[in-house]
Write a protein that binds this ligand. Structure first.
Ligand SMILES: C[S@@+](CC[C@H](N)C(=O)[O-])C[C@H]1O[C@@H](n2cnc3c(N)ncnc32)[C@H](O)[C@@H]1O
Length: 327
């Protein structure tokens, strides 16, 4: 079973020690009452992964990769282990966020999460030595890139348990206890006021109370800390917000899509300073697409086949923006 003891030991001696007042009880409750029906089976899958290979190169700067594409040829990992690795990792489908490269196995995830990373990296403050929190981190792809960019201690939270399994599978090979994923929702965080940078990407539109969400993000930052928020936007002025009907791009849980100007106004209204929108991007079909690592539909199926500027429901097609602000 996933144990968080190492994490507790780690934070006992760093600036997150006050989290120990609430976290162990929360995660014990999660473990006792909230485990997914497939959790035990997933754990067996994790336990059956081939052993991590000592001395393998890890690249978190240009990608998330362990070993090299020649590792089977060079017998770092034998063909049997490689096949077992692929079969076991496919049990954790759908793999949405990535890609990952493990000893030459390319986990070609639905999303090219590296594109988002490349869009935001030129605009954010230096991460070297920083404490970083990624809220709604999915399988944790960006956690690894944050560590690769020099962050000292990286924590991700995401309530979806399959994504914790995917993270644990990658962590099995990378084995870095300064990178952690906890199965929590943002609403379960106390006011930690301890992180230098908080990322919240692709989450705001899933929240029913976006203003409360912005305050929850602010409460995790040190004074002078930086928020990096990425979300779906629509065109319009500071008073434009789209609240779609039952579905947006076939997603049921989409609530508020502000314009870029409205999003900046919300951040300022919540007390953030130096608020700016640093990037906008219409999601292209090569960034979110169906691969062998998902069995479900993808962006192509969510867009009007006769008009790529519209979702299947007739709303503006997904356009995403990155906002940066300080406390
Ligand atoms: C669209 S994905 C974004 C993943 C990643 N941050 C990215 O930008 O690629 C939204 C994520 O938010 C997570 N999520 C859903 N409810 C949440 C909550 N209450 N607190 C934190 N994360 C949540 C989902 O499990 C999912 O992984």
């Amino acid at each position: 079973m996933t144990s968080f003891n190492k994490f507790y030991q780690k934070i006992a001696t760093n600036r997150l020690s006050h989290w120990l007042n609430t976290l162990p009880a929360q995660l014990t409750d999660w473990h006792n009452t909230h485990l997914h029906g497939d959790y035990k089976q997933w754990q067996k899958t994790l336990d059956a992964l081939p052993a991590a290979k000592e001395g393998s190169a890890v690249d978190l700067v240009n990608a998330v990769s362990v070993g090299t594409p020649n590792d089977v040829h060079n017998e770092v990992i034998n063909q049997g282990e490689y096949t077992r690795l692929e079969n076991l990792l496919k049990k954790f489908k759908p793999w949405r966020k990535g890609p990952y490269h493990i000893h030459g196995l390319h986990i070609d995830t639905e999303w090219r999460s590296d594109y988002k990373w490349d869009r935001l990296l030129p605009h954010i403050s230096e991460l070297t030595g920083k404490y970083v929190l990624d809220i709604g981190c999915g399988s944790g792809y960006h956690l690894w890139r944050m560590r690769g960019a020099g962050a000292n201690f990286v924590v991700g939270i995401d309530p979806t348990q399959l994504f914790l399994m995917q993270f644990n599978a990658i962590q099995h090979f990378i084995n870095d206890d300064n990178v952690n994923l906890l199965p929590l929702g943002v609403e379960q965080l106390p006011q930690l006021k301890a992180f230098d940078t908080v990322f919240a990407m692709g989450v705001l539109y899933h929240r029913r109370s976006p203003i409360d969400f912005i305050y929850q993000l602010k409460a995790q930052l040190v004074k002078g800390g930086e928020l990096v928020l990425e979300t779906l936007i629509v065109d319009g002025d500071e008073n434009t917000v789209l609240v779609p009907g039952e579905r947006y791009a076939k997603m049921r849980n989409v609530w508020f899509l502000p314009s870029g100007k409205a999003m900046c106004a919300w951040l300022q209204r919540c007390g953030f300073k130096n608020v700016r929108m640093v990037n906008t991007d219409v999601t292209a079909l090569d960034e979110q697409r169906k691969t062998d690592w998902i069995d479900t539909e993808s962006l192509k199926d969510f867009i009007d086949p006769d008009d790529p500027t519209k979702t299947i429901e007739g709303y503006p097609a997904p356009q995403r923006a990155i906002f940066i602000a300080t406390t």
